[in-house]
Design a protein around this ligand. Structure first.
Ligand SMILES: Nc1ncnc2c1ncn2[C@@H]1O[C@H](COP(=O)(O)OP(=O)(O)OP(=O)(O)O)[C@@H](O)[C@H]1O
Ligand SMILES: [Mg+2]
Length: 385
């Protein structure tokens, strides 16, 4: 009977274990994206919210459910088996008590002691242990969800109250400084003090040699780094720590190590279908990827192709400030041309502030202004040709 109970439960345990494992594999990809794509997630509130609320949390709940079912069925089966065995022993005791065909004290000393106490107790302890493990796993999933949704600094910027007009800069850096401490080197890297301003509809080129501090400045500009000293202003309003999250949300930024997520759920459906399709075609990705059900069908592409996909997503995000850190570096000339002449022009027409970190001097005349970094110091503005 005990064997039958175990046997019957096995297909169910197997089914739920398989489903739990399948959904865990899916969640694992999303968890990996959380780590690798933390910059993109922390810079985009709508995307972060849909990623957490519509994808990761529901999928975690489904996974939990399967895992709990798997544990429940296997525990029920093993407890029922124990019960049947104990019942058998109880019946045996009654029968021996009535018929006396074995000395009851002899039987009691050995069999009861072994079967009644050791085996059930150890399996009961094991059962409690697995309940604890489930509780801990659940708490950890909860915490992962909470910590990203609950980033510090969730006050909203209020530009209207600061007498801002569109002829004034959207973004200003005033005496901003940053420092990297290098343990194994004698000198630290010091950036700044930097003064910089950019208006809507303006294209700013940021140039400079390797290691001059361009990416570091880009991270300060976009609120990913907090300046050691100095201030950042958004539409006349000082970006204090509790405004940083909202400030970052005004940006669409592509860094050299940015992750391209398949999910596009936070973007407007109409734009995705029309403009998304056109851009995929223009950037030579038509045979590789489509937009279906609010997501790219794949991001398993070459590095250059993936960066083009990232640019398409960034363009469709429709933010106020765009920042591209050497986006064009490894692109074919024809795609560089589309980026510099078409994409940047469209962003400018839409009144976006666009910051482009670049080494492509053949396009320098497209900038409204160009600034150069050398050893962490910003040189005088180089006027556009
Ligand atoms: N995370 C970091 N920790 C410590 N030092 C850093 C870090 N990132 C960059 N640096 C240092 O800061 C300096 C500026 O780096 P940054 O990446 O801003 O330069 P860059 O102008 O973007 O260079 P590239 O053209 O190669 O991209 C370099 O000397 C670098 O070694
Ligand atoms: Mg760089």
């Amino acid at each position: 009977m005990a064997y039958l109970v175990t046997r019957t439960s096995l297909p169910f345990v197997r089914k739920y274990a398989e489903k739990a494992r399948e959904s865990w594999n899916d969640i694992f990809v999303h968890l990996e994206n959380l780590v690798v794509g933390i910059k993109e997630l922390s810079m985009n509130k709508d995307f972060r919210t849909t990623y957490m609320d519509d994808l990761l949390i529901p999928k975690s709940k489904i996974q939990n459910e399967y895992k709990i079912r798997e544990n429940l069925v296997s525990s029920l089966a093993s407890k029922t088996t124990d019960m049947i065995l104990l019942l058998g022993i109880a019946i045996l005791i009654i029968v021996i008590g009535r018929t006396q065909f074995v000395e009851i004290s002899f039987f009691g000393e050995y069999l009861t002691l072994v079967l009644f106490t050791v085996a059930p107790l150890s399996s009961a302890a094991g059962f409690l242990g697995s309940i604890k493990k489930i509780e801990v796993a659940l708490e950890q999933v909860e915490r992962a969800g909470m910590s990203l949704n609950d980033l510090p600094g969730h006050e909203m910027l209020e530009p209207g109250t600061n007498k801002w007009t569109p002829d004034r800069p959207i973004l200003e850096l005033r005496s901003v400084e940053h420092e990297y401490y290098h343990v194994d080197e004698e000198e630290n890297f010091n950036l700044g003090p930097i003064d910089l301003a950019i208006r809507g509809g303006e294209i700013l080129f940021l140039i400079g040699g390797n290691g001059s501090g361009k990416t570091t400045l880009a991270k300060l500009i976009s609120g990913l780094y907090t300046p050691k000293s100095g201030e950042v202003y958004y539409k006349n309003q000082k970006v204090k720590p509790d405004l940083v999250e909202d400030f970052r949300d005004r940006f669409s930024a592509i860094f050299t190590d940015s992750l391209v997520f398949e999910e596009l759920l936070h973007l407007k459906k109409g734009r995705l279908e029309k403009e998304g399709k056109e851009l995929i075609e223009a950037f030579g990705l038509k045979k590789k990827v489509r937009i279906e059900n609010g997501r790219f069908t794949t991001t398993k592409l070459s590095e250059g192709q993936r960066k083009r996909l990232g640019l398409i997503k960034s363009f469709l995000e429709d933010k106020e400030i765009y920042l591209f850190d050497e986006w064009a570096a490894n692109q074919d000339p024809s795609f560089k041309e589309i980026f510099y002449t078409s994409i940047l022009a469209k962003l400018k027409d839409k009144g976006k502030a666009v910051i482009v970190i670049t080494h492509d001097d053949q396009y320098f005349d497209l900038a409204d202004k160009t600034v150069k970094l050398m050893n962490g110091k910003l040189s005088d503005l180089v006027p556009a040709n």
